[in-house]
Design a protein. Structure first.
Length: 149
């Protein structure tokens, strides 16, 4: 399978407020940059959207190393998701899972894509070039939404 490194990030100008997501995909020395945004959203929604959109952009099953600075997304997909599903999309405290639509989309793309994914947390704003670029792209997404308001 093709190997792909993905860096994702989300940004929000106010939380909630206008926000953006960004993704940098690197494979075989080639890079693809993606970004988008929403006029009223949260940082967590943009973090999730960045991962979903990056994985959807891959047109064949790949070995993926996904770098993200969101513990919410990393722990959600690697630790919490199975329990949420077993409890009918409820948290351990029996509350509805927040951002359910995006968690279900992420679950679907992960389970139906054929990708083998390694989830790597990276400290945000710590000088990691891929993470810094994903952050810039997320801010481009937020800025594009704000300029059209």
């Amino acid at each position: 399978m093709k190997c792909v490194e993905i860096y994702t990030d989300g940004a929000c100008k106010g939380n909630p407020g206008p926000g953006g997501w960004g993704a940098l995909l690197i494979s075989a020395g080639r890079e693809k940059e993606m970004f988008g945004g929403e006029s009223m959203t949260t940082n967590n929604r943009m973090e999730l959207t960045a991962v979903i959109e990056a994985l959807r952009a891959l047109n064949q099953p790949c070995d993926v190393v996904l770098h993200l600075d969101s513990e919410y997304v990393r722990k959600g997909i690697t630790e919490w998701l199975a329990g949420w599903k077993a409890r009918g999309w409820r948290t351990a405290s029996k509350q509805p899972v927040k951002n359910l639509d995006l968690w279900q989309s992420l679950d679907q793309v992960v389970n139906q894509s054929g990708h083998r994914i390694v989830w790597r947390w990276v400290k945000g704003h710590s000088g990691d070039p891929g993470n810094e670029r994903a952050d810039q792209l997320a801010n481009c997404g937020a800025d594009s939404v704000m300029s059209s308001m």
